[in-house]
Each structure stands twice: as C-alpha cells, then as structure tokens.
Design a protein around this ligand. Structure first.
Ligand SMILES: [Zn+2]
Length: 95
C-alpha cells in the first residue's frame, strides 16, 4: 500500500494551506511522482487554489487516485497518463 500522504494533498477547510488563497472546484490534470514513476491523471475532481493553482483532493477522489497510482505503478511503466475513471468522476467533491 502506498503512503497517501506522501504525494496526495487533501484540504477540507476551504482555504489553501500553502498560501491561504480561496479554493475553487475544478478538474485539473495532476502529475504524481511516485518513486521514480511519473503518473499523470487527467480530469481529477479537486479543489484548486485560486492564487497558486495547487490542487487538493478530497475524500473519494483521493481514494480513487491512490488506487490508480497503486495499479499503475505495478505496471512498471516510467510514465503513465490516464483519465480519472468515469464512474466516479461526477461524485460531488465533499468540502
Ligand atoms: Zn494557494
């Protein structure tokens, strides 16, 4: 199991913990660096800082991303690009 906290930042306060900016919702493309493997996930439901554009994942999206990263890393590709799964894409982001 991967250590989620190592590469997925979650934030539920409504404000960016890095710069204090306001968080808005969006579906950014987020690159994750997992022990030498680059995994790019597109259309991730996330909250995005209006000031510094840093994305933060909440609840179900963070779990889904963790599962994707675990699966893709096991394939041993150096770079993977994948879209966030449709079946969970429209789940509302819990603030
Ligand atoms: Zn920020």
């Amino acid at each position: 199991m991967l250590d989620k906290q190592a590469f997925i930042r979650t934030e539920n306060s409504g404000h960016c913990p890095l710069c204090g900016g306001r968080l808005t919702t969006g579906q950014p493309t987020i690159p994750f660096l997992v022990r030498g493997t680059v995994i790019v996930i597109k259309d991730v439901p996330a909250r995005i800082c209006e000031e510094c554009d840093e994305p933060f994942l909440a609840g179900p999206a963070a779990d889904t991303v963790t599962n994707l990263l675990t699966e893709l890393r096991s394939l041993r590709a150096e770079v993977s690009v994948i879209a966030f799964p449709e079946r969970v894409r429209n789940v509302p982001v819990v603030a």
